[in-house]
Design a protein around this ligand. Structure first.
Ligand code: DAT
Ligand code: MG
Length: 155
């Protein structure tokens, strides 16, 4: 088994509802993710712009940036076999109407409010996971964790 790391975020719309936050946290545990790091934080508008720079110019960019800096969110580094893909599957498609139609059991289908206020974020590739883990947890060293601590969780 090869452990993989991903960056998962519970966005401000979901953190605002304690039962939703608790339910999402439970789902992470039930799906056999190891919670490597977890922290609550609030982004400045600048953090938000920097994180989503790839979307600058899109019609939803301003809305997205304002929403993501509108209140507390929770960020996780999660480890699992196939973590990146598995968390994306659990979240469901970006757009809530599509999520409800194609993956009714997904997180976005169940809790998403709109295409922007869609409850969760997940890295979409190994490269973005590396970048995003570093963005949220600048002191965390992936290589070091893979070398040392990862062994603690082998059974
Ligand atoms: P994902 O979050 O599924 O990786 P993305 O990277 O394409 O999706 O977009 C980042 C976020 O931007 C997304 O979670 C919500 C917002 N967004 C994307 N497309 C949108 C749209 N068509 N309308 C409104 N918000 C959108
Ligand atoms: Mg994305």
């Amino acid at each position: 088994k090869v452990l993989q790391l991903t960056l998962a975020v519970i966005k401000p719309d979901a953190v605002a509802h304690p039962m939703m936050l608790e339910s999402l946290h439970q789902r992470i545990l039930e799906d056999n993710f190891l919670i490597v790091r977890c922290k609550d934080l609030i982004w400045s508008q600048q953090d938000s712009e920097r994180f989503y720079a790839e979307h600058s110019g899109r019609f939803f960019y301003q809305r997205l940036v304002e929403f993501m800096s509108s209140g507390p969110m929770r960020a996780y580094i999660l480890a699992r076999e196939d973590a990146i893909h598995h968390w994306r599957e659990m979240m469901g498609p970006t757009k809530v109407f599509r999520a409800r139609y194609t993956s009714p059991a997904s997180i976005r289908a169940q809790f998403g409010l709109t295409d922007t206020r869609n409850t969760t974020h997940g890295s979409d590739s190994a490269e973005s996971a590396q970048r995003e883990i570093n963005f949220f947890f600048p002191d965390f060293c992936v290589e070091e964790w893979m070398e040392k601590d990862e062994l603690l969780f082998r059974s």
